[in-house]
Design a protein around this ligand. Sequence first.
Ligand code: TYD
Length: 210
Amino acid sequence: MRFIVFEGLDGSGKSSLMKALEQELEKRSVKFIRTREPGGTPLGDEIRNMILRKEGPAPVSRAELLLYEASRAQLVEQVIRPALQNKTWVLCDRFAASSVAFQGGGRGISENDVHTLNSFATGDLKADLTVLLDLSVEESRRRRQGRGEANGESEDRIESEADSFHEKVRQSFLKQAAAEPKTWLVLNAQETPAQLFEKLLAAVQQRGLL
Ligand code: TYD
């Protein structure tokens, strides 16, 4: 079993790529679950709502980080570790690298502090592969706006941050990927869904994960 994480700016196409990998795993009769952060557990879903809604009290940066970490701790212990122990693959929409990128890069909390809290929350669980769907901030904004107009949803608290915030988030993801090329895969999110899936599948096979 494998633990595969998908990261990227909002609108980078994580969901579609995850769906394509799920279909491949189904074809091969590989057991898997799909989950997401923040959320994935009843407590995590409540935390998600607290952090992302625009109404109500806004957490300060350190409180925001701790809320993401609380959701993560709950998800790792109640969902991810039990699944892996049960020989089930776990596909996760965002994980610890998002806290490094958004709360470290974006909000300016020291990366060391974020790493320390990530290890505490996860008990040092690491993904076998983190797939980064890299996208420019302009394209991310364009896609987010398009999605908002299509389904009538307004932006959440993080999405409504300035472009300069999202640029720092993007750069942090790229830096994390460059630092650990063996466990990260960077894909250009502007490619077609078919191209992206082909590259993901090739990488997963080359790395002996499937
Ligand atoms: P996501 O579920 O990808 O958003 P959406 O449902 O709009 O596609 O992620 C929720 C938001 O939370 C996203 O803007 C990134 C942010 N986030 C952090 O700031 N830190 C974190 O540690 C995580 C996991 C997410």
